[in-house]
Design a protein around this ligand. Structure first.
Ligand SMILES: O=C(O)CCC(=O)C(=O)O
Ligand SMILES: [Fe+2]
Length: 290
């Protein structure tokens, strides 16, 4: 089961010892959460973004930013310049952190979305598929990763002392063993159609098919949710943590105000590619998935 590995970094620019680098690499690839309890995101003049804004719709989970498209989501309710500067700074700081902590990944990391999550998680009404209070592994329906790893960095920036409470569940190999037998096989025609009508931004490979099925079947199965081994952990305000969310069963139960940065990594850049969801699925299915 996933555990937490703590590292005592205090600044985003901290240089890391070889031991810290090795600890972080092993922990992440083995499906643990790396917790940086003393590494906080300094809000500076953007603190006003944490004032509650009632125009944020209950259905919206986050406001996203990327360098090419700028701010998306319910960004209108906020000062766009402040939002962009906060999210861009978070992207830069997490990149600095990862290049110091995971130098073997650094040149291969591809920057994904940066997100601001100002809405309280608890009590939100979400469709089951979007309900992150249920244990799941991450898979993006419209953005196939083609096997690339999803490494995410989170910071709790709640100004009122509220923790961000997560659940962590069973190891990926067990999740796959539980759900793979009943899954439909991927269809090349369906994948081509989804691409043609632009439901997906690139071709949904067999790997992406199985990952999306896992995500959906985990969330849809309430008996599984109730019975699977799991434990709860509260991330305090001022803390940062990172985790391979494609590998680690996770759920976010409650909390308000977080920042998140997504990084994608080619499997070949891992210390041990055999620990990737791609390799685990290929091994269990006895076929290539890319
Ligand atoms: O917002 C969070 O704390 C995590 C939610 C989650 O599971 C996700 O974004 O994939
Ligand atoms: Fe998730």
């Amino acid at each position: 089961m996933a555990t937490l590995t703590e590292l005592a970094l205090t600044h985003w620019e901290d240089s890391c010892s070889a031991e810290q680098q090795n600890t972080a690499l092993q922990a992440l690839e083995d499906g643990h959460v790396v917790l940086l309890p003393q590494l906080s995101f300094d809000m500076q003049q953007e603190a006003s973004l944490l004032n509650d804004i009632s125009t944020m719709s209950g259905k919206t989970k986050s406001i996203s930013w990327d360098a090419a498209r700028g701010v998306r989501g319910q960004g209108d309710a906020y000062d766009a310049g402040l939002l962009a500067s906060m999210l861009e700074r978070y992207a830069v700081q997490t990149r600095t952190l990862l290049s110091n902590l995971l130098p073997t990944y650094a040149s291969q990391l591809q920057q994904g979305n940066t997100s601001f999550r100002p809405a309280e998680i608890a009590g939100r009404s979400m469709s089951w598929r979007k309900d992150d209070t249920r244990l799941h592994v991450d898979s993006f329906p419209s953005s196939p990763t083609h096997g690339k790893r999803i490494l995410r960095v989170f910071s709790n920036i709640n100004p009122h002392g509220a923790p961000r409470v997560w659940k962590l569940g069973a190891p990926f190999s067990q999740v796959a063993q539980h759900f793979l037998p009943a899954m439909p096989k991927p269809s090349a025609a369906t994948a081509a159609l989804l691409r043609w009508i632009k439901v997906t931004k690139s071709l949904r490979t067999p790997y992406d098919h199985y990952m999306l099925q896992l995500h959906d079947r985990m969330k849809a199965d309430l008996a599984y949710q109730a019975q699977v081994e799991q434990y709860t952990h509260a991330f305090a305000p001022g803390q940062t943590w990172m985790v391979y969310t494609d590998l680690v069963s996770h759920a976010a139960l409650r909390g308000q105000h977080a920042l998140e940065q997504t990084w994608l990594l080619p499997v070949a850049a891992m210390g041990d590619p055999a620990k990737s969801p791609l390799a685990i699925l290929e091994n269990q299915l006895g076929r290539s998935l890319v």
